[in-house]
Design a protein. Structure first.
Length: 222
């Protein structure tokens, strides 16, 4: 009986530190990621340059994601695009109209799953790939003609890129971010994203409101 008690006590002394260490590691692991990004979008709509005078427009946004495990996360992303130009209204629901000035806005809302190729916490370069569902909100206004087209449509997106760990470049700032905001890692990243979201608002047929985006920004893991 005494031997059994000694055995149980020995197992407890071995197991308790392991459990405590596991709880501490789980509490200290990265749970969230926040991205702040911006760049250029090249719309898929035909004759975009004829409508707005250039082949691209600016895109800015952010995303927030929860890490199910260290390498896999689910999240939501919102970006904003706008353009102003002269010419025919791209989304006009009636006959194409010559417009003195056209203003155009897009707000893509993305729900995504993303995989990051993290092998170690001090890994300098981390590739990633993801995609998911897109809800595209759009508005186009022809100034001076009292003409506005607005609505929303569903689609999808895929994106991939690479992130560069900044912690080793400026360890002092990295430590301050952790001490003050519990930010474990800071990365600079670049990515390419393709979005497909079709709206049936043009009299000549449907229009793909998506396109290809080239974005860069900062990623904070906490």
């Amino acid at each position: 009986m005494l031997t059994v008690k000694k055995l149980l006590l020995s197992l407890a002394l071995i197991i308790l530190p392991v459990v405590s260490l596991a709880d501490e590691e789980n509490a200290n692991r990265v749970h969230w990621s926040l991205e702040l990004k911006g760049g250029a979008n090249f719309p898929a709509a035909p004759n975009w340059q004829d409508f707005y005078g250039k082949s691209s427009t600016s895109e800015f946004g952010s995303s927030l994601a929860y890490k199910v495990i260290r390498q896999i996360e689910v999240g939501i992303e919102g970006t904003y695009l706008s353009a102003n130009g002269n010419g025919q209204a791209l989304l006009h629901g009636g006959q194409p109209a010559q417009a003195s000035q056209v203003s155009y806005e897009l707000i893509p809302l993305n729900v995504f799953v993303l995989a990051r190729g993290v092998i170690s916490e001090d890994q300098l370069l981390v590739p990633y790939l993801g995609g998911g569902w897109t809800r595209m909100f759009y508005r186009e206004e022809v100034n001076g003609q009292n003409m506005t087209v607005r609505g929303s449509t569903d689609g999808y997106h895929v994106r991939g890129g690479v992130q560069l760990l900044l912690d080793t470049i400026d360890p002092c700032s990295a430590k301050n971010l952790y001490d003050e905001f519990k930010v474990y890692h800071t990365y600079f990243f670049t990515e390419a994203k393709y979005t497909h979201a079709v709206a049936g608002t043009n009299p000549s047929g449907t229009v793909n409101l998506g396109g290809i985006s080239y974005l860069g920004g900062l990623l904070f893991e906490f």
